[in-house]
Design a binder for this molecule. Sequence first.
Ligand code: SF4
Ligand code: FES
Length: 248
Amino acid sequence: MKLLLKIWRQQNASSKGKFVDYPISGIEGDMSFLEMLDVLNQQLIDKGEEPVVFDHDCREGICGTCSLQINGEPHGPDRLITTCQLHMRMFKDGDTIVIEPFRAKAFPVIKDLMVDRSAFDRIQQAGGYISVNTSGNTVDANTIPIEKTKADDAFNAAACIGCGACVAACKNASAMLFTSAKVSQFALLPQGRVEATQRVLSMVRQMDLEGFGNCTNTGACEVECPKGISLENIARMNREYLMASVKG
Ligand code: SF4
Ligand code: FES
């Protein structure tokens, strides 16, 4: 395949970025999107030019670092996959592909296509944990009976990989889907109920402090989420937040 890539180049957070055109050829349908960018970068290095900076780590849909906006969609045109799992067979010979970083005030650009998503870490640190007695008389988690449906819902919420596609997809750059998944995975389990009140208040406060927008129920986050995190988690977090606010 021959393609024209329009890639966002930006030196650092304070400089102005711009799109640069890169024609590329010899791309196979079996290549992943990141392998296609590897080919481009090798060509740029061979010409003595600066390679395009982009985030990646596991390249198997687990770590959540591969954050690319491809033709206007976080993680590109396929569904329920991350950018690293996107294959070039989703594109046609002669296509133009626009590649940008995830856009949100709370995700400042580090360089080119790489953004700083440490805001998510700080939301997680605000309450995304449980306190467990490890002094020698720990209760085996498997001895605590948990309804199957609740266990399944908690597991599904825990599938969030913190990639940030929900924020990039949202016209308000809201982090509600991410935060609600992190709240839900604990709120549904008895181990998570102990600190539930403080958790939801702290995580929502941190989410607001980081500059994410509010949720207006558009649902774009759910559509673009590579892990199929459901909007039900946002509804659950809103209920948790209301109850916690009443309790104080
Ligand atoms: S909710 Fe989905 S889109 Fe948002 S961070 Fe988690 S996995 Fe990524
Ligand atoms: S590189 Fe880890 S999810 Fe894509």
